[in-house]
Design a binder for this molecule. Structure first.
Ligand code: FE2
Ligand code: FE2
Length: 192
């Protein structure tokens, strides 16, 4: 049941304003890789996003496999603790760096896009709440596997819901972020 004093964070439902997408028209996705301003660090940044998508899908699938009785308790606990921790820890590090270093650099290069960068920064704060809920559910699940195996399945249902929320969030946030940031980098030849 939703606690109305602390409403559950949901994925941003509004798309980026059209004004934030003007450079994307000049630098469409299929032109990025061949552009002379597309350098290794942008490739790595996009690669990190790909890793987050894969880890998010993996933890969601692990919960589904467990609920379908396709994983032993111990294997599930090991996978959840390894991949869940990797997902949450790397996302926190990535967002902190974007908020404090990457976004200010993009904003200084092209202040037209400040409003879009602020939307992305707010996404990070909202996603933090989802990641915290996921972390709590994962820790409870791992504890129950040790202390009360009969109660694990109910907890994994909630964990699965949180994993799906992370993936919905990432689907919205990462795509919007790439569409905003990469054209700025190419246009202003940043991070070369
Ligand atoms: Fe981000
Ligand atoms: Fe990012």
């Amino acid at each position: 049941m939703t606690d109305m004093t602390h409403p559950q964070t949901t994925t941003r439902s509004t798309p980026m304003p059209e004004a934030m997408r003007v450079l994307l028209q000049d630098y469409p996705r299929d032109s990025w890789q061949a552009h002379p301003g597309f350098h290794e660090n942008t490739r790595h940044w996009l690669g990190a996003h790909q890793m987050f998508r894969q880890l998010g899908e993996l933890v969601q699938r692990e919960a589904e496999t467990y609920l379908d009785k396709g994983r032993s308790d111990d294997t599930f606990a090991a996978h959840l603790s390894y991949y869940g921790d990797a997902l949450v820890r790397n996302l926190h590090g990535h967002h902190g760096w974007e908020d404090h270093s990457y976004f200010p650099e993009l904003c200084a290069a092209d202040p037209r896009f400040e409003a879009g960068l602020e939307i992305l920064e707010q996404d990070h704060a909202d996603l933090d709440a989802v990641l915290d809920r996921f972390t709590r559910a994962a820790n409870r699940t791992i504890q129950l596997i040790q202390l009360d195996p009969a109660a694990v399945r109910a907890e994994v249902g909630g964990l699965h819901t949180e994993a799906k929320a992370i993936n919905a969030f990432l689907a919205r946030h990462l795509g919007d972020e790439e569409d905003l940031a990469v054209p700025i980098i190419l246009h202003h030849r940043l991070r070369g």
